[in-house]
Ligand binder design. Sequence first.
Ligand SMILES: [Zn+2]
Length: 319
Amino acid sequence: MSDLPARRLLLVHAHPDDESINNGATMARYAAEGAQVTLVTCTLGEEGEVVPPHLAHLAPDRDNALGPYREGELAEAMKQLGVGDHRFLGGPGRFRDSGMMGVEQNDREDAFWAADVDEAAALLAEVIREVRPQVLVTYDPNGGYGHPDHIQAHRVAMRAADLAADPGFRTDPGEPWEITKVYWNRVPRSVVIEGFARLRETLAEPGRLPFTKVASVIDVPGVVDDWIVTTEIDGTAFAAAKTAAMRAHATQIAVAEPFFALSNELAQPLFTTEYYELVRGRREGGGRETDLFDGLDGLDGLEGVEGNVSAEQQNGAAL
Ligand SMILES: [Zn+2]
């Protein structure tokens, strides 16, 4: 496909809503800059809990209609982010949401958690060879917070990156393609702590927020010591797009920016600067990158993009 944009970013997520929470600002920014942004979601999120009471009937133990409904929510979120290329791994409904660790839904034959990693990865490798992304974003090996589908999404994404580059893997989905840079979603601990401090202050003002309970640092996926974070994408200019995308996932998320809550009703900060750990590929210089395409020949620092690490940031990241 020679008509693809020069810069191509692939994100692999477990459920509809994960992309907007983790990477909404990043996706909106790169889409606005003309990069190809491809999202692959592994399940429809059929096992999710439903936040708004008037939609509670969609739940798996009632109408079991959450999957198709969330497809619609995701489509709306993509519209808000300006992302045109969205796919479900193997097609919608191929893999079912597994639910939290230890629940019996994980044993279903079609559960994503029960899927053969190589088989699922082969489906993703086909997408990689078609889209030829230079950059892949997914979760860390613990899926950020231990959810089975997130762990599986990590395994499938990492395996697919290898398969796509392997000349011994099938030839029908196109030429082998090696992804140059692989990132895991992260949040620096200091940023989370500061976010919760702001949240507690705001909550103390009567009537300011629709939330009463506060999550804790361990509820936030991917939190690590600051030095582990290699890359930060300033998506402040795309805050409105990110919050709109999160709002589109109304069955899952209640938003009162700059905060939100999931079905557990525990409020947490909403970040519009998004953070990453580069785990495959080279980092230029010693500071935090500010562009996922940094160091890729001819692709970083494109016109109008503040992609280069400034001296100030390089010094700052030595902390
Ligand atoms: Zn998820």
